[in-house]
Ligand binder design. Structure first.
Ligand code: FE
Ligand code: FE
Ligand code: ZN
Length: 277
C-alpha cells in the first residue's frame, strides 16, 4: 500500500488542500510553503490548521510534503541568497510544527562553480544551524537531475550531506523519479539495482517520500523536464514497478506532472490506482 497525491496550491489554506485532495481520491499531497520563487509566507490560521488536521485524520492521510521555494540555495555564492535560505527554512520549519510530524523537502542547492565539496559543506552547515532536536518535521533532501551545478544528483552527494548533519534522525531523502532518471539512474531497466545502490550508499531507511514524474528526456540527460505519467521516457510499466515495489510500501507518492488543473491530477491518480490494484 502506498499513499498517492499531487502538488496542490496552498494559497487557500490547509483545509482547502485537504478537501481538494479528498475530491480526487488522494491521501497525501505536496504544497509550497511560500511563493515558489521566494518571498514572504502567509500567516498561519490556527482554525484552518485544526480543520485540516481533523480531515487528514478522518481520511487517513499519509504524511504530507511541504516544498521549499526553488530559489532557496544554501550554497549560493551570494551572501544575500544564502541568508534568504537560512531565513526561509528557519521560518518554514517553525510553521511546519503547526502540522506536526510531516516532511519538509528542499533542493539541496547549486554550488555555482564553487565545487561539490564546498556546496556539501555549506548545505550541511545550514542544516546544523537550523534543525533543532525538538522539531517533529523531517527535512528531506530531494534527489536532483544534475542540471547546471546542482548538488544531489548522485546518491553519494546526499550521503555526504547527511554524514555531516548532527541530528540525523531529522533527515531524509525524497526520490524524484524524473530527476534520478535524468541523473543517469536506469530505473526503467534496473529498478532493483538502483534501489540497492540507494540502500548501499544512503540507506533505504532515509527514503521518506517519492515524487512521481515521467521525464521528457532520456536517462542521463540532466535536463529535469517533467512529463505526465506514461507520456515520457520512463513509461507506465516502470511506475507500476515502483508503486508496487515491496521496498517502497507505505511511502507518500506525489505527482508533480504538468497537469492543467486538479481534474487532470484526479484522472492521473485514478489511472495509477487502477494500475496497482
Ligand atoms: Fe522539487
Ligand atoms: Fe521533485
Ligand atoms: Zn524537477
Amino acid at each position: 500500500m502506498v499513499y498517492l497525491g499531487c502538488h496542490l496550491t496552498s494559497s487557500k489554506g490547509y483545509e482547502n488542500m485537504a478537501k481538494e485532495a479528498i475530491s480526487i481520491n488522494a491521501d497525501t499531497f505536496q504544497f509550497f510553503t511560500r511563493n515558489p520563487r521566494g518571498g514572504k509566507a502567509k500567516a498561519i490560521d490556527e482554525n484552518d490548521v485544526d480543520k485540516y488536521i481533523k480531515l487528514a485524520e478522518e481520511h487517513r492521510f499519509g504524511k504530507v510534503v511541504a516544498h521549499a521555494p526553488y530559489t532557496l540555495n544554501p550554497c549560493s555564492k551570494d551572501a544575500k541568497t544564502r541568508e534568504f535560505a537560512y531565513m526561509a527554512m528557519t521560518d518554514d520549519l517553525k510553521r511546519m510544527e503547526y502540522i506536526p510530524g510531516n516532511y519538509y523537502n528542499f533542493h539541496p542547492g547549486s554550488h555555482v562553480g564553487q565545487g561539490i565539496e564546498a556546496g556539501i559543506k555549506m548545505i550541511s552547515d545550514m542544516l546544523n544551524d537550523i534543525i533543532n532536536p525538538e522539531q517533529t518535521t523531517v527535512v528531506l533532501l530531494e534527489t536532483m537531475a544534475g542540471k547546471g551545478s546542482e548538488v544531489g544528483s548522485r546518491f553519494e552527494e546526499l550521503r555526504a550531506i547527511i554524514d555531516k548533519v548532527n541530528l540525523k534522525d531529522k533527515m531524509g531523502v525524497c526520490l524524484d523519479t524524473c530527476h534520478v532518471h535524468d541523473a543517469g539512474y536506469d530505473i526503467v531497466n534496473n529498478l532493483d539495482s538502483v534501489l540497492k545502490e540507494f540502500d548501499d550508499i544512503i540507506g533505504l531507511d532515509y527514503l521518506k517520500a517519492v515524487h512521481i514524474n515521467d521525464s521528457k528526456n532520456p536517462c542521463g540527460a540532466h535536463k529535469d523536464r517533467h512529463d505526465v505519467i506514461g507520456a515520457g521516457y520512463i513509461g507506465k510499466d516502470t511506475f507500476k514497478n515502483i508503486l508496487t515495489h515491496p521496498k517502497l510500501q507505505g511511502l507518500p507518492f506525489v505527482l508533480e506532472t504538468p497537469q492543467e488543473n486538479l481534474q487532470g491530477y484526479g484522472e492521473e491518480i485514478k489511472m495509477l490506482r487502477e494500475m496497482i490494484l
